[in-house]
Design a binder for this molecule. Structure first.
Ligand code: SF4
Ligand code: SF4
Length: 423
């Protein structure tokens, strides 16, 4: 099996195809800390792409409540169990060596096996990636267990409250926003015996050729994120198409400039930012210090890939939730969690400004510029002094047109006396 380099794992890994990379890559950052689970993104996608007969259960974008929720049900718990079982059988440990961290290996080195390597180790001729096909029952509820919290970390301690002490809130849950990650090494593509799945060389978007697909559902079983879905009325599989007409600038609104997808643009909580990052021939991201996604993922390292240990090099990145027990986050986002939360909790001046760019424009931002403003606030975070400046951040489209201009502080608008309220 050929070897490819997976920078998220900090090492080469086995993959059924030779290494090849697109010119640019579709990528996104979700700030979990801000999501309110309004499901506007989910409905924006549904009403655009999956409203037809046979697509009733298709939610290309979904928002689930962790730890219990999932679509399909328990998709990640099941995959992790399979992965753990495979490691136990071979006596290997699915561990990270974070000490080996450097610029090329930002999360260190993953010593365990990926979904491809497990399939290879088991010499499974029927599958190129470890996986399973969910049952019809598991696809039934897109947001089962919504807002269901898990119990306290230490029941005994929480019950042993001193009189007149308010109980500390020890239960937790968080929302996980999900769509196809348009992976660098897609398991869906690798598993397709019809070669119906391809990755576009111009933007890295992963698509299923509906004419070539015969509905074998190998992609459904192989995708560790469970994002391809079978359509019974057409007998072929479908998946997120990354709103490619918008990415290509076909929507009249942006006059030929790349536009963010429907789910991103509709986000009420302003948690989403999506863009295209430049990729070199070796798969490394070309340094673009003033690209907002490059800055968040590569410079600040505040946004992390979801289950990088699966090995598909997903292109969706998450700012982890601050309040969730760390072991849970480590198994979900890898060893970069502590640094990411530290940087988000006590943001640098530049990070605070870039975070304001989320949902400031439907046109994709390719570059930003900071205009310094005055100091407006000072406090202590984690025992250290922290200052806030009312800087302005300006976003530019691919052609260099200004498409967003926002300040760190919300502007205050006082309604003139002549416009009285009617109540
Ligand atoms: S629209 Fe935004 S805030 Fe609402 S559920 Fe989706 S990601 Fe969360
Ligand atoms: S998330 Fe799944 S469906 Fe999407 S590209 Fe990756 S492997 Fe394929």
């Amino acid at each position: 099996m050929p070897k490819v380099y997976n920078w998220q794992l900090g090492r080469p890994m086995e993959y059924p195809h030779r290494e090849a990379h697109p010119k640019e890559q579709f990528a996104f950052v979700f700030n979990i800390n801000r999501c309110i689970a309004c499901q506007t993104c989910t409905m924006a996608c549904k009403s655009t792409w999956t409203f037809s007969k046979g697509q009733e259960y298709m939610w290309w974008n979904n928002v689930e409540t962790k730890p219990y929720g999932g679509y399909p049900q328990f998709w990640d718990a099941k995959l992790l169990e399979l992965l753990d079982g495979a490691h136990q059988k071979t006596g290997r440990e699915a561990a990270w060596d974070a000490a080996q961290r450097d610029a090329k290996k930002p999360y260190g080195v993953y010593d365990g096996m990926t979904v491809f390597e497990v399939a290879r180790a088991a010499d499974r001729r029927d599958a190129v990636a470890l996986g399973y096909e969910p049952t019809d029952q598991e696809w039934r509820f897109p947001n089962i267990y919504e807002d269901t919290a898990t119990g306290s970390q230490d029941q005994r301690a929480s019950l042993n409250l001193k009189p007149a002490t308010l109980p500390e809130h020890e239960t937790w849950f968080f929302y996980l926003q999900r769509l196809c990650n348009h992976c660098t090494y897609p398991a869906c593509l690798a598993a397709c015996p019809r070669r119906a799945i391809y990755k576009r060389p111009e933007d890295g978007i992963v698509l299923i050729d509906q004419k070539r697909c015969r509905g074998y559902r190998k992609c459904v079983a192989a995708c560790p994120y469970k994002k391809p879905m079978f359509r019974a009325t057409t007998r072929v599989s479908e998946k997120c198409i990354a709103c490619f007409p918008r990415i290509e600038g076909k929507d009249a609104l942006t006059e030929g400039e790349p536009m963010e997808t429907r789910c991103m643009a509709a986000c009420v909580g302003k948690i989403r930012m999506q863009g295209l990052v430049e990729v070199g021939a070796d798969g490394a991201w070309v340094e673009q210090r003033d690209h907002p996604l490059y800055f968040l993922i590569k410079v600040e390292k505040v946004a992390l890939p979801l289950y990088p240990q699966f090995g598909t090099e997903p292109n969706g990145y998450y700012i982890p939730p601050r309040w969730v027990p760390r072991p849970y986050l480590h198994q979900m986002f890898g060893p970069g969690v502590d640094e990411a939360i530290e940087r988000y909790t006590r943001p640098s001046r530049e990070l605070l400004a870039v975070l304001q760019l989320f949902r400031a424009s439907q046109t994709m931002v390719f570059r930003y510029k900071l205009l310094p403003g005055p100091k407006v606030f000072e406090t202590t975070i984690g025992g250290r002094k922290w200052e806030m400046y009312n800087d302005t951040v300006v976003g530019f489209s691919r052609s260099g047109k200004e498409v967003a201009r926002v300040t760190v502080e919300e502007p205050k608008v006082v309604r003139a006396d002549k416009h009285y309220n009617s109540i």
